[in-house]
Design a protein around this ligand. Sequence first.
Ligand code: SF4
Length: 339
Amino acid sequence: MAETTLLEIHDLAKYFEVGRSLFKKKQNLYAVDGVSLYVRKGETLALVGESGCGKSTTGRLILNLEQPTAGSIFYRGKDLAGYSAADWKLYRQGVQVVFQDSHSSLNPRKTIRHILTAAMFSSGTIPRNKAQDAEERARALLSEVGLRPAEVFLAKYPNELSGGQRQRIGIARALSTNPDLIVADEPVSSLDVSVKAQVLNLLDTLQKEKGVAFLFISHELSVVRSIADRVAVMYLGKVVESGPVAEVFDAKVHPYTEALISATPIPDPDTTRNKKRIVLPGGVPSPMDPPKGCPFHPRCFRAESKCATEVPPTVEVAPGHHAACHFAEERFSSYESMT
Ligand code: SF4
């Protein structure tokens, strides 16, 4: 593991048993199926894909909210499977979360003061007998996330705040333990455009000031392009393409990435006019019965006969740029010949 790597996951899998009854055999739902990723210190890795592709389950596995069926997760070089109670305490401080739905993730019966200080006490960041220290830290955090004056917000309840303000509280709560990684699961998806831009700017500022890394889970590629350093595209529980965000957007090698990006709005009207949207046939196949061969082949506009029978290997087409397609290298060369 490189010195700059904070989190590394290898062949991570999560299968859920479904449909088990007296007369029915159990079936596996392959939510996450062999995912390998890493996050470096201070960077933003975006995990993208359609709803149900396994990106949120991957986040929940990293947060230890689900137990993996197979594979391993390393944080600061140590496998979570061998963690002691002391290791878990450090992990809970070091790895935090911001959820999409700030309404349900903040207890409506508790004040913001209670929500922020309880997070510091339960993680062990500040001892329970240091209430004054926790209060001061809560004030500083509110100021950092742009909620001023702090004493007014400390006394409020979540339902007295707007969606954008609640999301700022969610970010302040995540920062309360001094994390080095925040898993942000669709953190701006439910916000309107102007509030979304403000919250994204806040995340960007906090990252520059504190050096915190983000695993940014999103289905909005226009947002991902503006904030991520690297991107990993998921389809049916697998990563089909990953790499530096600018390169993946410019030289998209996997046909699924091509289709996703073709459906992304671009602010430049000239580019939008020349852009052809790729409409994929059919829906995403059932994760209980994924297609044989390349899982994308029933919808792929570049599929050839071997795609239905042979699983494509994941190949590195350029440094740090990987794709799981039989024709990945060919596709990448075609971009190179255009430049
Ligand atoms: S391996 Fe074949 S089906 Fe799969 S993405 Fe590549 S071209 Fe499409």
